[in-house]
Write a protein that binds this ligand. Structure first.
Ligand code: PGA
Length: 653
């Protein structure tokens, strides 16, 4: 729908922006959720993932062995990286870093899967851990689509809307980091928080083995447990009534023997209660390895052999324990988490393993979502409604071209008359030869105004004073009135600069008078606001800036506001070389626009140019001006050299 008040081309641009916003948001959600899910699934079952990564490495002759610390840490890093990149993108935090990392990560992954597709090195990419298996072709397609989306996002990065304030993003990051690290470490220490394997607690092995249907996993139907003489005992074990306990030893030589006493206790309970207790080792295990385990553990129970893939799938622990009762899996334990000793009580009621996805997933998701929502809510409450309403919901839907882009110079008390005239002349010539892409204004000491007005091209360079009196006229020695400023040919005046507030005692009341007089005399006002360092350090910057606006501008009409330009100048950044980060500037500008929207309405706020000032240089201007709520700069030191000032003006090109 065509919005009122916008001419044809502006409307097309607005509409284009809106469509772009939707397209970027869609890509962002798809990419972010894919990453969060794949990181999460790796964190849920890092032991299974370890085996997949090792399969890759082995195929390239770089196998580390699944027990290597490097591999364990590698899987942790991979899970954390994917999960964190996904969360950062989803919440629009650290946009630049996240997008750069994403482009690098996805490029490497796509190259890797292209190679796998053509060489057929491993069966499963492991993108989604052990939960979901994709073919090489599907993986490649997925990665190419994701890469294309990531490039699109990176091209239109400014449409990635931030959903948590910069000030509290660390809290959202920390919550996510703790969650994903804890998930991985807990799974390493005990068992996966969700059992994606075919042997999840509750599985009816007897049924799967004797009467499989089309959905029965192949690993269950092909289960084969052989005794030392090569007799297949699977049928009889699964058919037997009561309990059978399997001590799985996927790599007997590496099996941890820290809990052997408890394992032997359970084997004794089994012997006393007349139920089966077997060690299960991979088929290729040699007798010496089995006897080594028996020596180390002091265990004396029969051994069965099975396909190593079966053993890995049964329980993610070495050694691990599986309890089967009436042919059904009814308990699993890692060696770190064996059921407590105490009489004959060994059974399903002591199971600590997670169930299948539909049972375990909702709980696990809640453990993340609830703390994260608390953080987001807290952020919202603390930063205030305005920030969210304005900055998050509206800013990107509005066209920035409606507002004037301005670069204004503030010469302060510099340059003699001759030097000033020469500077203005040089700037005039440079800009005549290379037209600026924004409005350019120079604000000079009073004595320069009239001569400079005579030499600059008013079409290209606007002229302003740095101050005017708070009185109309009369016996105010040394003062210069707004009418006098206007009479020189100047069109602008800077008011409320922090140096005037600090050194000349200009209060909000005095500034209010000055603003009124300037407007009455047809001058446009560049009104400065900004907090000092202590105020920022104590988190009061929003209150300070809001009070400055309220104190001097809130009695103006919406119409008068069209002649006001705001300049946010954090005092700690003025002339110090210490610039606010682009994010800090954007956060404050968005807040200011929100305050103005509340007072004067959305339209006034949208049309209001808000400049940033404070150690702005050619090297940082582009980044700061790229922010959606920054409409240009008020430049001090760098306005005294044409090359520097021109460099900043060119940031709009
Ligand atoms: P600066 O000054 O660019 O030298 O920091 C800005 C200003 O005071 O307007």
């Amino acid at each position: 729908m065509r919005s009122s008040g916008l001419s044809g081309w502006a409307w097309v641009k607005t509409d284009l922006r809106r469509r772009r916003l939707w397209a970027v948001s869609l890509c962002r959600v798809v990419v972010a959720l894919t990453l969060v899910v794949s990181g999460f699934l790796k964190a849920v079952d890092p032991v299974g993932m370890r085996a997949k990564v090792d399969a890759y490495l082995t195929a390239w002759g770089l196998g580390l062995g699944v027990d290597s610390l490097l591999l364990r840490s590698g899987v942790l890093v991979l899970a954390v990286l994917e999960f964190m990149m996904g969360v950062q993108l989803l919440l629009g935090m650290r946009r630049r870093l996240t997008i750069t990392l994403l482009v690098a990560f996805q490029t490497v992954m796509t190259a890797l899967t292209t190679y796998l597709f053509f060489t057929d090195t491993v069966e499963d990419c492991g993108c989604f851990g052990t939960a979901l298996t994709l073919t090489d072709g599907q993986t490649l397609l997925k990665n190419v689509v994701l890469l294309a989306m990531i490039f699109f996002i990176s091209r239109h990065g400014r449409y990635v809307i931030r959903l948590v304030s910069e000030r509290r993003q660390w809290l959202a990051s920390l919550t996510s980091l703790c969650y994903v690290v804890a998930l991985t470490l807990m799974a390493y220490h005990t068992l996966p928080a969700i059992d994606f394997g075919p042997y999840a607690v509750g599985t009816d092995l007897r049924q799967a083995y004797t009467a499989p249907d089309a959905d029965t996993p192949a690993l269950l139907t092909t289960l084969c447990l052989e005794d030392e003489n090569g007799n297949d005992l699977t049928d009889s074990l699964l058919a037997s009534k009561g309990k059978t306990c399997l001590l799985t030893l996927p790599r007997p030589q590496k099996a941890d023997d820290g809990s052997v006493d408890r394992i032997n206790d359970i084997a004794d309970i089994a012997a006393d209660s007349a139920f089966g207790f077997y060690a299960v080792v991979p088929q290729q295990t040699v007798d010496a390895e089995v006897s080594d385990w028996k020596d180390r553990s002091g265990g004396n129970y029969p051994t069965l052999k099975a396909d190593p893939a079966q053993i890995d799938a049964m329980v993610r622990s070495n050694p691990g324990l599986v309890l089967i009762e009436d042919g059904k899996v009814c308990g699993k334990w890692s060696f770190n988490n064996l059921p407590a000793t105490g009489g004959e009580h060994f059974g399903a009621s002591q199971n600590t393993a997670a169930g299948r996805p539909h049972e375990a997933l909702p709980k696990l998701v809640m453990w993340y979502i609830i703390p994260l929502l608390v953080v987001l809510l807290l952020d919202r409450l603390l930063i205030g409604k305005k920030f969210y309403q304005h900055y998050i919901l509206r800013q990107h839907l509005k066209t920035k071209t409606m507002r004037k882009k301005i670069v204004a110079g503030n010469w302060k008390m510099n340059k003699t008359l001759q030097e000033g005239v020469a500077l203005a002349e040089e700037l005039n010539n440079v800009l005549a030869a290379d037209k600026p892409n924004c409005d350019v204004v120079i604000c000079t000491p009073f004595i320069h105004l009239a001569p400079v007005a005579g030499i600059i091209n008013a079409e290209v360079i606007g002229l302003g004073a740095e101050n005017c009196a708070d009185k109309v006229s009369g016996a105010y020695t040394g003062e210069v009135s707004a009418a006098m400023v206007k009479s020189t040919g100047a069109q602008y005046v800077i008011l409320g600069h922090s140096e005037r507030r600090a050194y000349y005692g200009e209060t909000a009341e005095i500034l209010k008078e000055k603003v009124n007089l300037a407007l009455e005399n047809g001058l446009k006002v560049i009104f400065c606001i900004g907090e000092v360092l202590e105020e920022r350090e104590s988190g009061k910057q929003n209150d300070v800036v809001k009070a400055q606006l309220e104190g001097s501008l809130f009695d103006l009409s919406a119409e008068q506001m069209s002649n006001i330009i705001l300049a946010y100048e954090p005092v700690w950044a003025i002339g110090t070389g210490k610039t606010a980060t682009a994010e800090q500037a954007e956060e404050m500008h968005a807040f200011i626009r929100g305050v103005m929207a509340d007072k004067f309405g959305a339209e006034v706020a949208e049309n209001l140019s808000i400049l940033y000032g404070g150690s702005c240089k050619p090297s940082n201007a582009k980044e700061i001006f790229a922010k959606p709520n920054v409409d240009g700069g008020l430049i001090g030191g760098a306005a005294l050299k044409v090359a520097d000032f021109k460099g900043i003006i060119d940031a709009w090109k």
